[in-house]
Write a protein that binds this ligand. Structure first.
Ligand code: SAM
Length: 304
């Protein structure tokens, strides 16, 4: 969707999030997006995006004419990433010919005021006191938190009947092609790591977040009004090149799996993990690796 300037980014994670934009562009469920468009409040709403990372979603929603005016808050626990987001959005706006002005707490892009909020979500929910938002967004984030614990508080960040759009929620299935004899044990161990993950002193993840959200949203009084799959599907073109920076995206996915499992010899034999990674790395370099991750999107309203 947009270019990136690697040199201007402080971390490989920022480059990963920039590389992810084209993958998410294809994946985001269009039926659920149409539901969001129908539900969007008129005028200049206050939008809060939690776990906003580099801010690629606000750029996408401006590109897609879903938001254009009002206030858009990017909340994230990663301060350096928020600093990157200010510069990234400024460059993105310049590339689009959009007026943008840096502000101490964010930036103005056309008629949209973008504010950066540095906070860990759990603590933010415990302390939440500001004016509620009309729209709440979480993209590729709810599978990194304890949904049953945070969902009621998240929905209280919205005005009664306010709109949520929870997208790219991982749902227990990753496929790498061509198949490899160690795929099963690697993915089983990786899912277990997701299920047991702790961050910021709290449980942080569920490998089946997507499917569980149907009932969790219903129990919280906010059943989905639209739901659908948003699978990541990444493959090289006929020339063997991956689109955009998606080879880097795939390399990051392999690194994430390696980092999660290399200290767990009880779950995957180190030699098996090493040979799996070596084969996947060669396939990536040759443009042969195909990656599919099953995910789900939801849109709906907070209790009225
Ligand atoms: C996978 S990234 C997704 C970023 C962005 N939404 C996107 O799709 O490009 C997850 C983001 O959530 C943030 N995050 C994870 N746990 C968080 C928490 N407990 N509180 C606040 N931010 C959190 C991370 O710092 C990271 O930027």
């Amino acid at each position: 969707m947009t270019s990136f300037d690697e040199a201007s980014m402080t971390s490989g994670y920022a480059r990963y999030l920039a590389a992810k934009t084209t993958v998410d562009d294809r994946a985001l469920n269009q039926h659920v997006l149409a539901g969001l468009r129908r539900l969007m409040p008129a005028g200049a709403p206050k939008v809060l995006e939690v776990g906003a990372g580099l801010g690629t979603m606000v750029a996408r929603l401006m590109d897609w004419d879903v938001v254009g005016a009002g206030e858009y808050i990017l909340l994230d626990a990663d301060r350096p990433l928020l600093d990157d987001s200010r510069r990234w959005l400024h460059d993105w706006a310049a590339a689009r010919g959009l007026r943008s002005d840096l502000r101490p707490d964010g930036l103005q892009v056309g008629d949209l005021r973008v504010r950066l909020e540095h906070a860990e979500l759990g603590r933010y929910l415990e302390a939440a006191s500001g004016a509620p938002a009309g729209v709440l967004i979480a993209n590729a984030v709810l599978d990194l938190v304890d949904v049953p614990a945070v969902l009621p508080g998240l929905l209280r960040l919205l005005v009664p009947g306010g709109v949520y759009w929870f997208t790219i929620n991982y749902d227990g299935e990753s496929v790498f092609e061509p198949g490899h004899p160690h795929d099963g044990q690697v993915m089983q161990a990786y899912h277990r790591d997701m299920d047991e993950r702790v961050r910021y002193g709290r449980p942080a993840g569920d490998s089946r977040t997507g499917r569980r959200l149907f009932h969790q949203l219903r129990s919280a009084g906010a059943p989905a009004l639209a739901a659908g799959s948003s699978d990541w599907v990444v493959s090289a073109g006929p020339d063997g090149n991956y689109p955009g920076d998606e080879a880097y995206f795939l390399r990051s996915i392999l690194n994430t799996i390696e980092n999660a499992l290399r200290s767990r010899p009880d779950r995957v034999e180190p030699a098996d993990l090493a040979s799996w990674l070596a084969v996947r790395g060669r396939q990536l370099a040759a443009g042969e690796l195909v990656y599919i991750a099953h995910q789900l999107d939801f849109a709906g309203r907070a209790p009225g």
